[in-house]
Write a protein that binds this ligand. Structure first.
Ligand SMILES: *Cc1c(COP(=O)(O)O)cnc(C)c1O
Length: 394
């Protein structure tokens, strides 16, 4: 694509952009979607070509036209200079952290980050000589006081996993950049459609494409996009691993991409409707959804995000374990399981208190995370109402 074409495309609104990005039909005989290129070896016509390594493709681990189509699409959508693909969202987090740290470095991690991110930091990252420190996700610009000369990475995740704290990412990024540290965002909840990570000051942005990009609970994939400053370092770290992604997975993700804006819009509407409905139920103590004006992070969310996805949490009033089990186990339309972002609604009990270290998480009753799928909202409410009736009599 020429610079001019790119500039025109970047003016497209998100719902249009997801249908256009990463496609070049006339490079593939006019077929609308890029084909699945499977391959390890890529042939060179001559020794001179081999030595120059100037072909667009040189070996399977470095990418195929299928994986590159997804990378390019994501770079456009995220507003980044480059994107690499990984076999899962967790692998993308690891790759981003390894891109931005080295032995002797110090990394600041939001206390509300996805729990496996903590495991990666406390295990592998620590073993390789990085000092990991957790910070209060609500710290904002005051994070400046925690930044040391050796701090090279600050990880944000907003809203926080399960507990849904909204972070002041522009303020945190400004403080980190004043010391040259890399700001890594786990942007899985919002996706770049609702929070443009690089425009808001993040250097590296991670997406568990497993969630809203895939959208159908049938694919594991991660993406890391980088701004111009970090793109080369990210690509070099990626190449060091030989972490080539399957072209079949990239193709499935590209299919998900084309409907992602539509699904997100519907899931936002449905989730907000259900969150409001739950918020006034007598069994519910609090609903943690940033689009509700009662949410402590609502103003920041309104300032920095252009919408909400379909994941939120609920704190019930105190209830015995067996009553919660009667509520959740009997739900017919909500699956009990990890991950989210698919067409099927999910529910998961959680307790952040078990692993937080920089802040104290408290909840007055049992906590549940919901991911709203694509079912009819009236059916979901009926299922939840029957569940709350079981809660009350158990
Ligand atoms: C699910 C999730 C991940 C990890 O994605 P996988 O593809 O399941 O490894 C990372 N970050 C967040 C916030 C997630 O919810």
């Amino acid at each position: 694509m020429s610079e001019e074409e790119r500039a025109t495309k970047n003016k497209l609104r998100p719902a249009t952009l997801v249908t256009q990005a990463g496609r070049a039909p006339f490079e593939h005989f006019g077929f609308v979607n890029p084909p699945v290129y499977r391959g390890s070896t890529v042939l060179f016509p001559t020794i001179a070509a081999l030595e120059g390594l100037r072909q667009p493709y040189t070996y399977g681990t470095k990418g195929t036209p299928t994986t590159r189509a997804l990378e390019q699409a994501w770079s456009e959508i995220a507003g980044g200079a480059d994107t690499v693909l990984t076999p899962s969202g967790l692998a993308a987090i690891g790759l981003a952290l390894l891109t931005a740290t080295h032995a002797g470095a110090h990394a600041l991690i939001a206390d509300s980050a996805y729990q496996p991110t903590r495991n990666f930091c406390e295990g592998l990252l620590t073993r390789f000589g990085v000092t990991v420190e957790y910070y209060d996700p609500l710290i904002g610009g005051a994070i400046a006081a925690m930044i040391r000369p050796e701090t090279t990475a600050v990880l944000v995740e907003s809203p926080g996993s399960q507990s849904m704290e909204v972070q002041d990412i522009p303020a945190i990024a400004a403080a980190a950049h004043a010391h040259g540290a890399c700001v890594i965002a786990d942007n899985t909840w919002a996706t770049p459609l609702l929070f443009p990570p690089h425009e808001r000051g993040c250097d590296l942005a991670v997406e568990a494409g497993t969630k809203y990009l895939a959208g159908h609970a049938d694919l594991l994939i991660g993406l890391v996009s980088a701004n111009a400053k970090w793109a080369k370092r990210l690509r070099a770290t990626f190449n060091a691993f030989g972490m080539g992604s399957s072209p079949d997975d990239a193709s499935l993700a590209l299919r998900g991409l084309r409907t992602m804006a539509l699904r997100l819009r519907e899931q936002e509407r449905a989730a907000l409707d259900i969150a409001q409905w739950l918020a006034v139920r007598p069994e519910v103590s609090r609903v943690l959804h940033p689009a509700l004006p009662t949410h402590p992070g609502h103003e920041l969310w309104k300032r920095d995000f252009s919408g909400a996805s379909g994941v939120f949490s609920v704190i019930l009033k105190d209830a015995p374990q067996k009553a919660v089990a009667a509520f959740v186990d009997g739900l017919e339309l909500f699956g009990i399981g990890f991950s989210w972002g698919g067409y099927e609604s999910l529910v998961l009990p959680f307790n952040c208190a078990a692993y937080r270290t920089a802040t104290r998480w408290t909840s007055e009753g049992p906590a549940l995370r919901f991911s709203i799928g694509l079912e009819d909202v009236a059916d979901l409410k009926a299922d939840l109402a029957a569940g709350l009736a079981r809660l009350n009599v158990s």
